[in-house]
Design a protein around this ligand. Sequence first.
Ligand code: BGC
Length: 268
Amino acid sequence: MSCQPLKGQKALVTGASSGIGEGVALALGAAGADVVVNYNNKPEAAQEIADRIRACGVQAMTLRADVSRENEVRAMFQEMFKSWGTIDILVNNAGLQRDAPFPEMTLEEWNLVLGVNLTGMFLCAREAAREMIRRGIRPEISRAAGKIICISSVHERIPWAGHVNYAASKGGVKLFMESLAQELAPHRIRVNSIAPGAIQTSINRGAWETPEALAALLRLIPYGRIGLPEDVARAAVWLASDDSDYVHGQTLFVDGGMTLYPAFSHGG
Ligand code: BGC
């Protein structure tokens, strides 16, 4: 592996002002990529992350867009292309939860989660794919014409009571990614997902902030620790680099074994 495997590549990470997106954006910068830090409502946090990325000697800029809105997504990509000319790596990361018992779940909660977690991936991937197809491969930059990485979840496989909207969105991401991978392969655009388990961020604070909650969570994680954004970020750098050039249409679970039916560790 070279020390800057993404040198000269232009990346955009959605939802990069916190959590997993922040970790991915920083790691792509450290790996040599120029990075667009997309955010929706935390401009200062995004700016601070962009400053930290620039400290790696690469370019970074912050761009606001609600990924569920077509006009905002298109404007964001236009701005990126105006400044940097093109895109090599899209990390579709923006995602949120609005949990509710099913009988009480509102249409707003359903639409918001599906809009950001699934429609947002469609809108961003479409803009990126158009540009990657137009531009094609530049062998001096990468063996692929582009890389699209979707940040899914273990809940693309594990059903999740009380989170029907979220699980449905991630189940959708699975076949969205796989179908897109099939369709874009002839263009040499690689499409893959990362399915994180419990990663310590604000989205799941309730699951780790008290010792009791953490103990209950760890019973679901055979490897015995909660994940960190860096765990996901390192996988994203690999999937964005030519080191994974023959990996296509796959979901890489980064979950400490959460998908291994931990309840069956004993008995059954
Ligand atoms: C959710 C977290 C949850 C984790 C494991 C993620 O996709 O966003 O809230 O802790 O899955 O259940």
